[in-house]
Design a protein. Structure first.
Length: 266
């Protein structure tokens, strides 16, 4: 019987493994190390930026569970498990919460199935699928078993959209949102070069050279992805400025190349 690891391509870098390497993980290969080192040479703030993106996910998930009563989540582009993961955050508020994780990298699949263990009261599942194929996500048996689409869902698209090129980007987000009922929420982070254009532009070029093309978006374009939704205060802002709380570290704006927001589906 074949293993998901049989599908791992160690000849090219993968965004989830580069992210793992830069944040100090251990689930990556030499090609990911080389790509990550090149990116950090272009922009030494990249690890700070990536950490703040993940901290946004923690705060957004906690906010939706604690303040909005969301008990089921769909996390697109999960990446390699790095504690605390989304289910640990939301089940810390409500142990009965259900979380469906989605990613398309086989090394993520292997680690997710081993490490993303739910609380006894709740449930987690992993869908091996790509955001470019939303029907494969929405029609998956794992999603059907864990999520009740008659009840609000927290849709998390964190650090993913800059790898989704126009014109598919907005359509794919809407396709994932459409089946979710009123009262659901979208939490999303979107890459930008608004604050350090030269350095971040070089990082984007490095990603493209590694066969991971990306698009960086300005504030008006980022905001347009939330059209028709009700933005939660403070609206669209750099991720470190979104409801930072007392534990927020002192971070310079030019060290963050990610906008983030949470919005309610009316």
């Amino acid at each position: 019987m074949s293993s998901p690891l049989d599908r791992v391509d160690t000849s090219t870098a993968h965004s989830a493994r580069v992210y793992d390497y830069i944040l100090g993980g251990k689930d990556h290969y030499l090609v990911d190390i080389e790509a990550g080192d090149a990116m950090c040479q272009h922009w030494p703030s990249l690890p700070v930026h990536m950490l703040e993106n993940r901290r946004f996910m923690h705060r957004a998930g906690h906010f939706l569970a604690q303040e909005k009563g969301i008990r089921q989540f769909l996390d697109i582009g999960t990446g390699l498990p790095t504690a605390p993961n989304l289910h640990e955050v939301v089940q810390g508020v409500a142990p009965e919460s259900h979380v469906v994780y989605v990613d398309n990298d086989p090394i993520v699949l292997t680690h997710a199935r081993a490490l993303l263990q739910s609380s006894p009261e709740g449930a987690t599942a992993y869908v091996d699928a790509d955001m470019h194929d939303p029907d494969a996500i929405l029609d998956s048996p794992e999603l059907g078993e864990l999520l009740d689409l008659n009840q609000p869902v927290g849709l998390m698209i964190i650090g993913m959209l800059h790898f989704i090129l126009p014109p598919d980007d907005g359509q794919l987000v809407r396709r994932l949102l459409d089946p979710l009922p009123s009262g659901s929420y979208l939490a999303m982070t979107i890459g930008t070069a608004d604050f350090a254009p030269e350095e971040v532009g070089r990082v984007a070029e490095e990603y493209a050279q590694q066969n991971m093309p990306m698009v960086l978006r300005d504030l008006p374009t980022t905001t347009s992805f939330f059209d028709g939704l009700e933005l939660v205060e403070p609206g669209v802002t750099q991720v470190h400025k979104w409801r930072p709380g007392s534990g927020q570290r002192d971070v310079r704006d030019r060290d963050i190349a990610m906008y983030g927001a949470v919005a309610r589906k009316p």
